[in-house]
Design a protein around this ligand. Structure first.
Ligand code: AMP
Length: 312
Protein backbone atom coordinates (compact mmCIF):
# COMPACT_ATOMS: atom_id res chain seq x y z
CA UNK A 1 0.00 0.00 0.00
CA UNK A 2 1.60 3.26 -1.01
CA UNK A 3 1.60 6.42 1.01
CA UNK A 4 1.04 9.98 -0.20
CA UNK A 5 2.42 12.94 1.73
CA UNK A 6 1.99 16.63 1.08
CA UNK A 7 3.84 19.15 3.23
CA UNK A 8 6.91 21.28 3.63
CA UNK A 9 10.44 20.49 2.49
CA UNK A 10 12.70 23.04 4.09
CA UNK A 11 16.15 24.16 5.06
CA UNK A 12 16.21 24.46 8.84
CA UNK A 13 18.56 26.34 11.11
CA UNK A 14 18.22 24.91 14.59
CA UNK A 15 19.88 25.86 17.85
CA UNK A 16 19.71 23.79 21.02
CA UNK A 17 21.35 24.65 24.36
CA UNK A 18 24.31 22.51 23.23
CA UNK A 19 24.75 22.91 19.48
CA UNK A 20 23.61 24.57 16.27
CA UNK A 21 23.13 23.49 12.65
CA UNK A 22 22.65 25.75 9.63
CA UNK A 23 20.35 25.15 6.68
CA UNK A 24 20.06 21.44 7.20
CA UNK A 25 17.36 19.31 5.55
CA UNK A 26 14.05 19.90 7.33
CA UNK A 27 10.36 20.30 6.74
CA UNK A 28 7.47 18.17 7.88
CA UNK A 29 7.27 16.21 4.63
CA UNK A 30 11.01 15.49 4.68
CA UNK A 31 10.85 13.86 8.10
CA UNK A 32 7.70 11.96 7.22
CA UNK A 33 9.03 10.74 3.87
CA UNK A 34 12.33 9.55 5.27
CA UNK A 35 10.62 7.74 8.16
CA UNK A 36 7.79 6.11 6.20
CA UNK A 37 10.11 4.98 3.40
CA UNK A 38 11.72 2.64 5.90
CA UNK A 39 8.51 0.60 5.53
CA UNK A 40 7.08 1.26 2.08
CA UNK A 41 6.85 3.40 -1.06
CA UNK A 42 6.22 7.10 -0.36
CA UNK A 43 4.84 9.51 -2.96
CA UNK A 44 6.03 13.00 -2.07
CA UNK A 45 4.30 16.24 -3.07
CA UNK A 46 6.10 19.45 -2.11
CA UNK A 47 8.06 22.34 -3.59
CA UNK A 48 11.69 23.43 -3.31
CA UNK A 49 13.65 26.31 -4.80
CA UNK A 50 16.50 26.19 -7.27
CA UNK A 51 18.90 26.52 -4.31
CA UNK A 52 17.85 23.15 -2.81
CA UNK A 53 20.93 20.92 -2.44
CA UNK A 54 20.76 18.05 -4.95
CA UNK A 55 22.32 15.62 -2.47
CA UNK A 56 18.99 15.50 -0.57
CA UNK A 57 17.19 14.43 -3.74
CA UNK A 58 19.85 11.78 -4.35
CA UNK A 59 19.32 10.46 -0.82
CA UNK A 60 15.59 10.00 -1.44
CA UNK A 61 16.19 8.49 -4.88
CA UNK A 62 18.10 5.71 -3.13
CA UNK A 63 15.04 4.88 -1.05
CA UNK A 64 11.51 3.89 -2.10
CA UNK A 65 10.54 7.53 -2.57
CA UNK A 66 8.76 8.83 -5.66
CA UNK A 67 9.74 12.42 -6.40
CA UNK A 68 7.48 12.99 -9.44
CA UNK A 69 5.31 15.32 -7.33
CA UNK A 70 8.20 17.41 -6.03
CA UNK A 71 8.18 20.74 -7.86
CA UNK A 72 11.52 22.51 -8.30
CA UNK A 73 10.93 26.20 -8.97
CA UNK A 74 13.24 29.14 -9.60
CA UNK A 75 13.61 30.87 -6.22
CA UNK A 76 14.40 30.14 -2.60
CA UNK A 77 13.52 27.00 -0.64
CA UNK A 78 11.36 27.42 2.49
CA UNK A 79 13.57 28.33 5.46
CA UNK A 80 12.83 27.97 9.14
CA UNK A 81 14.91 29.07 12.14
CA UNK A 82 14.21 27.87 15.69
CA UNK A 83 15.82 27.78 19.11
CA UNK A 84 15.14 25.19 21.80
CA UNK A 85 15.16 25.80 25.54
CA UNK A 86 16.78 23.64 28.19
CA UNK A 87 13.45 21.77 28.33
CA UNK A 88 13.53 20.58 24.75
CA UNK A 89 9.76 20.16 24.70
CA UNK A 90 9.55 23.90 24.09
CA UNK A 91 11.07 26.08 21.37
CA UNK A 92 10.81 29.52 19.78
CA UNK A 93 10.43 30.01 16.06
CA UNK A 94 12.80 32.86 15.22
CA UNK A 95 12.17 33.15 11.49
CA UNK A 96 10.04 31.62 8.74
CA UNK A 97 10.71 32.46 5.09
CA UNK A 98 8.14 30.95 2.76
CA UNK A 99 10.23 31.34 -0.41
CA UNK A 100 8.70 29.26 -3.21
CA UNK A 101 5.90 28.09 -0.87
CA UNK A 102 4.34 31.55 -1.26
CA UNK A 103 2.83 30.60 -4.63
CA UNK A 104 2.56 26.86 -4.07
CA UNK A 105 -0.46 24.79 -5.04
CA UNK A 106 -0.20 21.04 -4.65
CA UNK A 107 -0.59 19.24 -7.92
CA UNK A 108 -1.09 15.54 -7.27
CA UNK A 109 0.23 13.46 -10.19
CA UNK A 110 -2.38 11.05 -11.61
CA UNK A 111 -0.41 7.96 -10.62
CA UNK A 112 -0.30 9.18 -6.98
CA UNK A 113 -4.08 9.50 -6.68
CA UNK A 114 -4.64 5.83 -5.94
CA UNK A 115 -2.37 6.03 -2.85
CA UNK A 116 -4.36 4.42 -0.04
CA UNK A 117 -2.78 6.23 2.88
CA UNK A 118 -2.62 10.02 2.98
CA UNK A 119 -0.65 12.25 5.31
CA UNK A 120 -1.49 15.93 5.23
CA UNK A 121 1.64 17.25 6.88
CA UNK A 122 1.88 20.71 8.31
CA UNK A 123 1.09 23.34 5.65
CA UNK A 124 -1.70 25.90 5.21
CA UNK A 125 -5.13 24.28 5.64
CA UNK A 126 -6.27 25.75 2.28
CA UNK A 127 -3.54 23.72 0.58
CA UNK A 128 -4.47 20.62 2.58
CA UNK A 129 -8.04 21.06 1.30
CA UNK A 130 -6.76 21.31 -2.28
CA UNK A 131 -5.14 17.91 -1.76
CA UNK A 132 -8.36 16.36 -0.42
CA UNK A 133 -10.20 17.62 -3.48
CA UNK A 134 -7.72 15.80 -5.74
CA UNK A 135 -7.59 12.61 -3.64
CA UNK A 136 -11.15 12.34 -2.41
CA UNK A 137 -11.24 8.81 -1.01
CA UNK A 138 -8.04 7.43 0.48
CA UNK A 139 -8.44 4.43 2.78
CA UNK A 140 -7.03 6.42 5.67
CA UNK A 141 -6.27 10.13 5.91
CA UNK A 142 -4.19 11.66 8.69
CA UNK A 143 -3.92 15.38 9.41
CA UNK A 144 -1.23 17.32 11.23
CA UNK A 145 -1.21 21.05 11.92
CA UNK A 146 0.40 23.70 14.11
CA UNK A 147 -0.38 26.66 16.35
CA UNK A 148 0.09 29.13 13.47
CA UNK A 149 -2.88 27.71 11.53
CA UNK A 150 -5.04 27.35 14.64
CA UNK A 151 -4.51 31.05 15.33
CA UNK A 152 -4.67 32.43 11.79
CA UNK A 153 -6.87 30.11 9.70
CA UNK A 154 -9.17 28.34 12.16
CA UNK A 155 -12.28 28.15 9.90
CA UNK A 156 -10.27 26.58 7.06
CA UNK A 157 -8.59 24.18 9.49
CA UNK A 158 -12.03 23.18 10.81
CA UNK A 159 -13.18 22.27 7.30
CA UNK A 160 -10.13 20.04 6.83
CA UNK A 161 -10.62 18.34 10.22
CA UNK A 162 -14.17 17.44 9.17
CA UNK A 163 -12.85 15.65 6.09
CA UNK A 164 -10.12 13.41 7.55
CA UNK A 165 -10.05 10.20 9.63
CA UNK A 166 -7.28 10.87 12.13
CA UNK A 167 -5.97 14.08 13.67
CA UNK A 168 -2.54 14.44 15.29
CA UNK A 169 -2.24 17.33 17.73
CA UNK A 170 -0.01 18.20 20.65
CA UNK A 171 -1.66 18.79 24.04
CA UNK A 172 -1.09 22.52 23.67
CA UNK A 173 -2.67 22.61 20.21
CA UNK A 174 -5.76 20.78 21.51
CA UNK A 175 -6.18 23.41 24.22
CA UNK A 176 -5.68 26.21 21.69
CA UNK A 177 -8.12 24.81 19.17
CA UNK A 178 -10.89 23.65 21.51
CA UNK A 179 -10.37 26.33 24.18
CA UNK A 180 -10.91 23.65 26.83
CA UNK A 181 -8.43 23.14 29.66
CA UNK A 182 -9.12 19.39 29.80
CA UNK A 183 -7.46 17.32 27.09
CA UNK A 184 -10.11 14.61 27.41
CA UNK A 185 -12.93 17.14 26.95
CA UNK A 186 -11.04 18.75 24.06
CA UNK A 187 -10.55 15.40 22.36
CA UNK A 188 -14.27 14.61 22.81
CA UNK A 189 -15.11 17.87 21.02
CA UNK A 190 -12.75 16.93 18.17
CA UNK A 191 -14.12 13.39 17.86
CA UNK A 192 -17.62 14.86 17.65
CA UNK A 193 -16.52 16.57 14.43
CA UNK A 194 -16.47 13.14 12.76
CA UNK A 195 -12.90 11.93 13.34
CA UNK A 196 -12.22 8.22 13.92
CA UNK A 197 -9.21 8.85 16.13
CA UNK A 198 -7.30 11.68 17.75
CA UNK A 199 -3.64 11.12 18.61
CA UNK A 200 -2.36 13.46 21.32
CA UNK A 201 1.37 14.03 20.99
CA UNK A 202 3.06 14.60 24.32
CA UNK A 203 6.64 15.28 23.25
CA UNK A 204 9.07 13.28 25.33
CA UNK A 205 6.19 11.78 27.34
CA UNK A 206 4.74 9.63 24.55
CA UNK A 207 1.34 9.77 22.89
CA UNK A 208 -2.31 9.10 23.70
CA UNK A 209 -4.81 7.52 21.33
CA UNK A 210 -8.51 8.29 21.61
CA UNK A 211 -11.12 6.64 19.36
CA UNK A 212 -14.69 7.58 18.50
CA UNK A 213 -15.50 3.99 19.54
CA UNK A 214 -14.33 4.73 23.10
CA UNK A 215 -10.76 3.45 22.63
CA UNK A 216 -8.17 4.91 24.96
CA UNK A 217 -4.52 3.87 24.76
CA UNK A 218 -1.44 5.39 26.33
CA UNK A 219 1.62 4.65 24.21
CA UNK A 220 4.85 4.41 26.17
CA UNK A 221 7.79 6.63 25.49
CA UNK A 222 11.34 5.40 25.05
CA UNK A 223 13.58 6.88 27.77
CA UNK A 224 16.28 8.66 25.76
CA UNK A 225 19.30 9.64 27.82
CA UNK A 226 20.24 12.45 25.45
CA UNK A 227 18.00 14.46 23.14
CA UNK A 228 20.09 16.14 20.45
CA UNK A 229 17.26 17.77 18.45
CA UNK A 230 13.53 17.02 18.70
CA UNK A 231 12.63 18.81 15.44
CA UNK A 232 10.44 16.69 13.21
CA UNK A 233 9.65 14.11 15.89
CA UNK A 234 5.92 14.60 15.24
CA UNK A 235 6.32 14.14 11.50
CA UNK A 236 8.55 11.11 11.94
CA UNK A 237 5.94 9.77 14.37
CA UNK A 238 3.38 10.04 11.57
CA UNK A 239 5.84 8.29 9.24
CA UNK A 240 6.21 5.37 11.63
CA UNK A 241 2.44 5.20 12.17
CA UNK A 242 1.43 5.16 8.51
CA UNK A 243 4.54 3.22 7.48
CA UNK A 244 3.55 0.41 9.83
CA UNK A 245 -0.10 0.46 8.72
CA UNK A 246 0.94 0.34 5.06
CA UNK A 247 2.21 -3.20 5.73
CA UNK A 248 -0.98 -4.35 7.42
CA UNK A 249 -4.10 -5.85 5.82
CA UNK A 250 -7.22 -3.93 6.80
CA UNK A 251 -10.25 -5.88 8.08
CA UNK A 252 -13.07 -6.97 5.79
CA UNK A 253 -14.95 -3.72 6.49
CA UNK A 254 -11.95 -1.82 5.12
CA UNK A 255 -10.95 -0.42 8.51
CA UNK A 256 -7.83 -1.24 10.51
CA UNK A 257 -8.22 -3.40 13.62
CA UNK A 258 -7.75 -1.38 16.79
CA UNK A 259 -4.72 -3.49 17.79
CA UNK A 260 -3.05 -2.49 14.51
CA UNK A 261 -3.80 1.18 15.14
CA UNK A 262 -2.19 0.81 18.60
CA UNK A 263 0.87 -0.90 17.12
CA UNK A 264 1.05 1.94 14.62
CA UNK A 265 1.13 4.47 17.45
CA UNK A 266 3.96 2.52 19.11
CA UNK A 267 5.91 2.50 15.83
CA UNK A 268 5.31 6.24 15.68
CA UNK A 269 6.75 6.70 19.13
CA UNK A 270 9.78 4.60 18.27
CA UNK A 271 10.62 6.47 15.07
CA UNK A 272 9.95 9.77 16.85
CA UNK A 273 12.42 8.80 19.56
CA UNK A 274 15.13 7.88 17.04
CA UNK A 275 14.79 11.22 15.25
CA UNK A 276 15.69 13.05 18.47
CA UNK A 277 19.09 11.32 18.57
CA UNK A 278 20.56 13.60 15.90
CA UNK A 279 19.95 16.84 14.04
CA UNK A 280 17.77 16.84 10.94
CA UNK A 281 17.09 13.37 9.53
CA UNK A 282 20.60 12.26 10.56
CA UNK A 283 19.58 9.25 12.62
CA UNK A 284 16.95 8.11 10.10
CA UNK A 285 19.58 7.78 7.37
CA UNK A 286 20.99 4.64 8.92
CA UNK A 287 17.97 3.39 10.87
CA UNK A 288 16.89 -0.17 10.04
CA UNK A 289 13.71 -2.08 10.73
CA UNK A 290 15.77 -4.28 13.11
CA UNK A 291 16.54 -1.18 15.20
CA UNK A 292 12.80 -0.50 15.32
CA UNK A 293 12.07 -4.10 16.34
CA UNK A 294 14.57 -3.90 19.21
CA UNK A 295 13.06 -0.73 20.61
CA UNK A 296 9.58 -2.22 20.17
CA UNK A 297 10.54 -5.10 22.49
CA UNK A 298 11.93 -2.68 25.05
CA UNK A 299 8.70 -0.69 25.06
CA UNK A 300 6.68 -3.86 25.58
CA UNK A 301 8.83 -4.65 28.63
CA UNK A 302 8.73 -1.10 29.98
CA UNK A 303 4.97 -0.75 29.80
CA UNK A 304 3.77 -4.20 30.79
CA UNK A 305 2.46 -4.75 34.28
CA UNK A 306 0.72 -7.70 35.87
CA UNK A 307 -3.06 -7.31 35.70
CA UNK A 308 -3.57 -9.85 38.53
CA UNK A 309 -3.34 -7.59 41.53
CA UNK A 310 -5.31 -8.06 44.74
CA UNK A 311 -5.33 -5.94 47.87
CA UNK A 312 -4.39 -7.93 50.95
P1 AMP B 1 7.84 19.50 14.18
O1 AMP B 1 9.08 19.51 15.03
O2 AMP B 1 7.21 18.15 14.06
O3 AMP B 1 6.87 20.57 14.58
O4 AMP B 1 8.27 19.86 12.68
C1 AMP B 1 9.23 20.84 12.44
C2 AMP B 1 9.37 21.04 10.94
O5 AMP B 1 8.26 21.81 10.46
C3 AMP B 1 10.62 21.84 10.62
O6 AMP B 1 11.50 21.01 9.89
C4 AMP B 1 10.15 23.03 9.80
O7 AMP B 1 10.88 23.22 8.61
C5 AMP B 1 8.68 22.74 9.50
N1 AMP B 1 7.88 23.96 9.62
C6 AMP B 1 8.00 24.94 10.55
N2 AMP B 1 7.09 25.94 10.35
C7 AMP B 1 6.37 25.56 9.26
C8 AMP B 1 5.28 26.15 8.52
N3 AMP B 1 4.77 27.35 8.86
N4 AMP B 1 4.78 25.49 7.47
C9 AMP B 1 5.28 24.29 7.13
N5 AMP B 1 6.31 23.68 7.75
C10 AMP B 1 6.86 24.30 8.81
Amino acid sequence: MSILVVGSVALDTVETPFNKVNETLGGAASYFTTAASLYNQVNLVAIVGSDFPREHLEFWRNRPVNLDGLQIKEGRTFRWVARYHMDMNSRDTLDTQLGVYAGFHPNIPKHYRSSELLFLANIQPELQMEVLEQVPRPRLSVLDTMELWIMTTRPQLTEVIKRVDILFMSEEEIRQYTERPSIVAGVRQLLDMGLQYVVVKQGSYGALLFGADGTYFSAPTYPLEEVIDPTGAGDAFAGGFLGYLSKVEPQEDGLYAIDEIKRGVVHGNIIGSYVCEDFSIGRLRTLTIDDVARRYQHLVEYSHFDPNWRSR
